[in-house]
Design a protein around this ligand. Structure first.
Ligand SMILES: C[S@@+](CC[C@H](N)C(=O)[O-])C[C@H]1O[C@@H](n2cnc3c(N)ncnc32)[C@H](O)[C@@H]1O
Length: 158
């Protein structure tokens, strides 16, 4: 059971769904209804119509709902508004089974977390702080993979 935070057109949803078997289920959290509909239609075209569901609205509210429903998951993909990454991370840890993986996208902020000359500098300070939090978190064992815009893969230790 995999939550993804940030669906947009369904590209990452399809990549995730291709990685699980017919029993896998993706729960995708998306703020904008039209994006959720577009992602849903693309997942359906890719053959995953019965394996994805959407929670539409601010992801923090949807995550709170998942906590209230006592849901537990073994994989998370965080790729929405960067300002909330730390909040999303904390919710994912609460919702994680022991040993679950949390993957976060765009953690290099276009390289600007390490290279002062890199442009544009969007989200640089948020991502610097987020990367420090992940690296020092007592319940995470993490690795930052410098491909694309940077991905962090964290294993949850409860
Ligand atoms: C970078 S895009 C996601 C791309 C997608 N994961 C992919 O790789 O195909 C970010 C998405 O997060 C959504 N988003 C932004 N703020 C959000 C929020 N507060 N709650 C839920 N989704 C949000 C945006 O509407 C957008 O669709």
């Amino acid at each position: 059971m995999f939550p993804e935070i940030g669906a947009l057109g369904g590209y990452s949803g399809i990549c995730l769904a291709r990685g699980f078997d017919r029993a896998g289920k993706l729960t995708s959290l998306e703020l904008v209804e039209s994006y959720a509909k577009l992602a849903n239609s693309n997942l359906a075209k890719a053959g995953f119509a019965d394996q994805v569901s959407y929670l539409i609205g601010p992801a923090l509210q949807s995550l709170e709902q998942l906590v209230s429903d006592n849901r537990q998951f073994d994989f998370f993909f965080i790729d929405a508004d960067k300002e909330n990454y730390e909040n999303y991370l904390n919710y994912c840890i609460r919702l994680a089974e022991n040993g679950a993986l949390i993957v976060c996208d765009n953690v290099l902020a276009n390289g600007s977390v390490a290279d002062e000359s890199a442009e544009p500098k969007r989200h640089t300070e948020f991502m610097k702080k987020f990367n420090e939090t992940v690296a020092n978190h007592p319940h995470l064992e993490s690795m930052l993979i410098p491909i694309g815009d940077g991905l962090t893969i964290s294993k949850v230790k409860k």
